[in-house]
Ligand binder design. Structure first.
Ligand code: C2O
Ligand code: CU
Ligand code: CU
Length: 509
């Protein structure tokens, strides 16, 4: 099968002639009506019914031999609608892909085989991973039988290694217990590839976490929240790959939003819960949509962890706000609800179909619940910003020109890394934004020092790898890169911004 290698800039109409407003010296990216990023792509058939299907929990991947895993990426049909099947790009046939469960400090190898029609790149988001296995956007894995790669017009020349058929990713996992996820990271195509289904969980456990009396087993559930749109036949619809929507694509440069909410791949699912505490590892794996989650009837979330693992102590959160790629590890205690109560997880940033996420149905008599939320969760040391050796400034901005999304005035250019951090040294990175940008760093988690000149925000606690910056905000983080010298990326995790070049390399040494 021929590999389609076309510049997404061209597909999205972002060549020099493509943005009329850019020529006028001003780009006006589309904000949804409520000020949130992105433009809504509607589903061209009746939406699947809400609260009908049970919440799926992705299967845990069994190793083929100790510490060795194999995943074949291939097209598979998903049952999202009751009447039609949705062809998806999958890790091993499911969306989300299988969950990999690992132990901190125990190196594993994941062998990926590409049976999809196009090149892929696998990134372990949140992984403390050497360059070779980090899923650098130019380190492609081609399907077998594909000739030399044609060059990509309009895209920067990508350094990178090319593998054909299979590629081994080695993960030392020398890091804290945390909820990681893996997803596609192909240069210029991350948005459509993730949209079509290339995302899965990777959970890391450690001894500190294992010693805690937190909910376990069936009461420790990952929740991957995504929004999607479908065509009349039930296929995933995405503006850049939909030939029936000529001309509309530039409207989506600020992010593609769908009108169907999927949790673990199922539309508005239902989970029957006992009157007990549950641990949910909530991941926003959407391309561009932000969520503000609430429980109705009201009940708080007890946040115990974030992107980079457990917090020092639990925090009561009346609501959770998640930008793309952020994870919140929370406990919900259903003991207070009478049996039969329906507790809805709702999204106050959504409207209509996107205002609902999923439903919990409280069942049965009280049940024995030995789980507790200890007052101290983790003793992980924090970085001391006062010891920082360098402060770096990064402006995330949409500016005039053929490519709108830039960092420090530069669209992604691997020939010009924006930082050369020294391994082991604490640095301050300062970010300034024009619009919403969830900023993500590869290689190491960071800590938020300040937002808009005051302390960290309510969702900035603990170790983070993605920072949800609002329009016209500034933030300061402390970060220390360790262990692995090499070339890594940092970027906006609005996947359309990322594909449209809001990315840069940093080189550790
Ligand atoms: Cu979740 Cu560079 O990515
Ligand atoms: Cu990442
Ligand atoms: Cu952005």
């Amino acid at each position: 099968m021929a590999v389609v290698v076309i510049s997404r800039r061209r597909l999205l109409g972002l060549t020099a002639g493509g943005i009329a407003v850019a020529a006028a010296g001003l780009t006006l990216p589309r904000l949804a009506a409520n000020g949130e990023p992105g433009a809504l792509l509607r589903t061209a058939r009746p939406l699947p019914p809400a609260y009908r299907v049970p919440l799926p929990v992705p299967p845990v991947l069994a190793p083929v031999r100790p510490d060795h895993y194999e995943i074949t990426q291939h097209v598979a049909d998903l049952a999202i609608f009751p009447d039609v099947r949705t062809p998806a790009w999958t890790y091993g046939g499911t969306f989300p892909g299988p969950t990999i469960v690992s132990a901190a400090g125990r190196r594993i190898v994941v062998r990926h085989t590409n049976r999809l029609p196009e090149p892929v790149v696998v990134h372990l988001h949140g992984g403390h991973t050497p360059h070779d296995s980090d899923g650098y956007p130019g380190d492609l894995l081609l399907p077998p039988g594909v000739g030399p790669m044609p060059s990509m017009p309009g895209m920067p020349a990508m350094p990178g290694t090319i593998a054909t058929g299979t590629r081994d990713y080695t993960y030392p996992l020398d890091q804290r217990a945390a909820t990681l996820w893996y997803h596609d990271h192909r240069m210029g195509f991350t948005g459509p590839n993730v949209w079509r289904g290339l995302a899965g969980f990777h959970l890391v456990h450690d001894d500190e976490e294992a010693a805690l009396p937190l909910p376990q087993g069936e009461r420790d559930i990952p929740l991957m929240i995504t929004d999607r749109a479908f065509d009349a036949e039930g296929r995933f619809r995405y503006p850049a790959v939909d030939p029936e929507m000529p001309g509309v694509t530039a409207a989506y440069q600020n992010g593609v939003l769908g009108d169907v909410i999927l949790v673990n791949g199922a539309p508005w699912p239902v989970l029957d819960v006992r009157r007990a505490k549950y641990r949910f590892r909530v991941l926003n794996a959407s391309n561009a949509r932000r969520y503000r989650l609430l429980l109705a009837p009201g009940a708080p979330f007890t946040q115990i962890g974030g992107d980079g693992g457990l917090l020092p102590a639990p925090i009561t959160q009346p609501a959770l706000e998640l930008a793309p790629a952020e994870r919140f590890d929370v406990i919900i205690d259903f003991a207070a609800f009478p049996p039969g109560t329906q507790v809805d997880l709702v999204n106050t940033l959504g409207a209509g179909s996107t205002a609902n996420i999923m439903r919990f149905r409280v069942t049965g008599p009280p049940v024995r619940d030995d789980a507790r939320i200890p007052a101290v969760l983790s003793r992980s040391a924090s970085l001391n910003p006062a010891t920082a050796s360098v402060t770096r400034d990064f402006l995330f901005q949409n500016s005039a020109g053929p490519i709108g999304w830039k960092i420090n005035g530069q669209p992604y250019d691997p020939a010009h890394p924006l930082a050369y951090p020294k391994l082991g040294e604490t640095e301050i990175w300062r970010f300034v934004t024009d619009l919403h940008h969830p900023i993500h760093l590869h290689l190491d988690s960071f800590q938020v020092v300040a937002r808009n000149g005051s302390g960290p925000g309510p969702y900035d606690h603990g170790w983070k790898d993605t920072l949800d910056l609002y329009p016209a905000q500034s933030a300061e983080i402390a970060v220390r890169f360790t262990d692995y010298a090499g070339r890594f990326v940092f970027h906006c995790h609005n996947l359309e911004h990322e594909d449209m070049a809001m990315m840069a390399d940093f080189v550790t040494r």
